[in-house]
Design a protein around this ligand. Structure first.
Ligand SMILES: [Zn+2]
Length: 129
């Protein structure tokens, strides 16, 4: 008997160690996932919104593609957070970047759903429309 398939999700997250576990826990709890593949950079929403043609953005895209194709992920989160060293601007400006970054990730044409997550100063996770 084959074991039941494990469900994977994908997160384009900041490298900041404070946001890994909150994002994983949110995605596992809300979406019933078993595992979250982490694609991390310093301030990824800044990279995707301001430098979408860059080598680093291509690196993000190719790693997300592995998660989609090899782990059948159907959900991608794009994360911004309080006190981001790689993206030291206020929340509202980050949310603007996040909306652009979501559209960039959607343009990669996987069938996965793409949503934004904001991690606040208490390290609580909020979904962004
Ligand atoms: Zn950060």
């Amino acid at each position: 008997m084959t074991p039941p398939l494990k469900q994977f999700g994908t997160s384009i997250n900041c490298m900041d160690g404070r946001v890994q576990l909150p994002v994983i826990e949110h995605m596992r709890t809300k979406y019933g996932l078993d595992y979250v593949d982490m694609v991390t950079e310093a301030g990824p929403i800044r990279i995707l919104s301001e430098s979408r043609e860059s080598a680093i953005a291509e690196s993000i895209r190719s790693r997300v593609a592995v998660s989609i194709t090899k782990h059948n992920s159907e959900l991608i989160t794009v994360v911004g957070h309080y006190d981001c060293a790689g993206n030291p601007i206020e929340r509202d400006a980050q949310l603007g970047q996040m909306r652009t970054a979501i559209r960039v990730v959607e343009s990669w044409n996987s069938n996965a759903q793409v949503i934004g997550l904001w991690v606040d100063k208490s390290w609580a996770v909020h979904e962004i429309e």
